[in-house]
Design a protein around this ligand. Structure first.
Ligand SMILES: [Zn+2]
Length: 237
């Protein structure tokens, strides 16, 4: 399966051929739909058939194979036949909000010291957990530093390194809970120029200014060594 979102996060739709379709999901030969993973939700959208029928896709998940994406159709929809041509269209406004927030979580991990132990991108919000002792983290200071990095408009680019290079540079991995997907020979890094470099398979905006103004909505203590920082967009979308 060709994963178009990996090289072009801005691709909103693509033509594709149905490989298989059953109640457990629809598999295509190529897709723009991002499957849930790495703290980013799966895409929603629709598959449009040649006769104009639209099959709503309520979620997207990973299949068993390394590059397998499973599109979950809305309940009770008639399924397309294998070999059918479809146009796959994601819900772009939602995906773009997820891309902006996901990219902002990379900025957050660069601004706050400590290892990241977990995280979640949501629609209009996001959070990271840090392995940090009981230090004074100031909401306003973190908010100001994030917005400075947003305004500085740093370029954001994916690039690939080999498994061996990554193994020799353990400092690249700041996330303890989400292991980078190794074993296929190469690993995708996300490079925010001059700010952050770490393995990530998600979708991101091309420049930090696209994130827009953000704020730290809440800092929570989740145990002695765990600080959860919650972000939101400063202006509702
Ligand atoms: Zn990422």
């Amino acid at each position: 399966m060709e994963l178009l979102f990996r090289d072009d996060a801005y691709a909103r739709s693509c033509e594709a051929t149905v490989i298989s379709a059953d109640p457990s999901g629809i598999r295509l030969d190529r897709t723009v739909f991002y499957p849930m993973g790495g703290g980013q939700p799966g895409d929603v959208g629709l598959l449009r058939l040649a006769d104009g029928t639209a099959i709503p896709i309520r979620d997207t998940v990973k299949g068993e194979g390394p590059n397998e994406v499973v599109h979950l159709p809305a309940e009770g929809m008639a399924l397309p036949a294998p070999g059918a041509r479809v146009t796959a269209e994601i819900d772009w406004p939602r995906r773009y909000r997820l891309m902006r927030m996901h990219t902002c979580l990379h900025l957050l991990s660069a601004v706050v010291p400590g290892d990241v132990t977990g995280g979640q991108v949501g629609d209009g919000k996001g959070r990271l957990d840090f392995n940090l002792p009981d230090t004074a983290l100031d909401k306003d200071r973190v908010t100001a530093e994030l917005n400075r990095l947003v305004r500085e408009d740093h370029p954001v680019r994916p690039r690939w390194i080999t498994d061996e290079e990554l193994s020799s540079r353990p400092e690249l991995v700041r996330t303890m809970s989400v292991k980078p997907p190794m074993g296929t020979g190469r690993v995708r890094l996300l490079d925010i120029e001059g700010v952050d470099l770490q393995p990530c398979g998600g979708t991101h905006v091309a420049r930090t200014a696209e994130i827009g103004a953000v704020l730290v909505s809440k800092i929570e203590s989740k145990g002695r060594q765990n600080r959860r920082i919650n972000l939101a967009f400063a202006e509702p979308a």
